[in-house]
Design a protein around this ligand. Sequence first.
Ligand SMILES: Nc1ncnc2c1ncn2[C@@H]1O[C@H](COP(=O)(O)OP(=O)(O)O)[C@@H](O)[C@H]1O
Ligand SMILES: Cc1ncc(COP(=O)(O)OP(=O)(O)O)c(N)n1
Length: 269
Amino acid sequence: MKVFKALTIAGSDSGGGAGIQADVKTFQELGVYGMTAITAITAQNTTGVQGVYPLSVEGIAKQIDSIGTDLTPDAVKTGMLFNSEIIKVVAEKITQYQWSNLVIDPVMIAKGGSPLLQAEAIEALKDYLLPIATVITPNIPEAEVISGIKITNLSERKEAAKLIYNLGAKNVMIKGGHEETDQMIDLLYDGNRFFQFESKRIATKNTHGTGCTFSAAITAELAKGKNIVDSISVAKHFIQAAIEDDLRIGTGHGPTNHWAYNKRGALCK
Ligand SMILES: Nc1ncnc2c1ncn2[C@@H]1O[C@H](COP(=O)(O)OP(=O)(O)O)[C@@H](O)[C@H]1O
Ligand SMILES: Cc1ncc(COP(=O)(O)OP(=O)(O)O)c(N)n1
């Protein structure tokens, strides 16, 4: 039996709803063996981020080397990378090991406003990671920062996607979670065409970790050999089920339910 393997290079969320924890849960639910390289530890729960503790560049490089010299991932995703030094070493290692199927979730700010990427790191993200990305998955505020333009409607989102594509990413997926519309539209640009992935907005405050979960699901499907459109299609069903079945735990923004997709069985697949 072929074992599909995915690596996440991201921060730890002690509350378990986002970051490395959301990624590994998603990989597991989608039948993919999960591996991790932790970039930073956050003290975090459903009410927000109480502390951020980045790991040393040496410690991050060592974790990636441990995987690179023994286990070859079929797909890799990055999440919280915190600063430009971390971004550089991560890009260097991914290039050294010639890993493909790279999903970049350009995590910048946690729900509640805590910065998870320093402002000085934006240029490094563009210079080192975008050129090797199979797909980058910004939300609308992140897409505004990377593209340098304001996004207030779908046509501006398309313009931003083209600008980000021109920085080197092979595919650009600008998520629609931050729009106020009833219909949730995630927009993919592959350099030639736009694809829209649509779903109904779910009225809930329990959306902690939606971006991490969505990009981890894309990574898992790429690891299995699916193409980008089919991978996003599964990820969209996965996140919709996870939000619909939200977990009402904690006093703030609760996490999504990572086992909802499988609980529903073939009906939602
Ligand atoms: N209230 C919601 N109802 C349905 N889907 C949502 C909702 N909020 C977010 N999503 C979906 O979750 C995914 C993550 O989107 P988004 O919230 O924009 O990312 P981030 O967590 O990075 O800010 C996207 O597929 C988006 O469409
Ligand atoms: C450690 C860590 N990494 C990433 C995030 C951001 O996750 P996201 O999926 O964008 O969810 P919210 O923060 O918007 O709930 C995080 N919070 N922590």
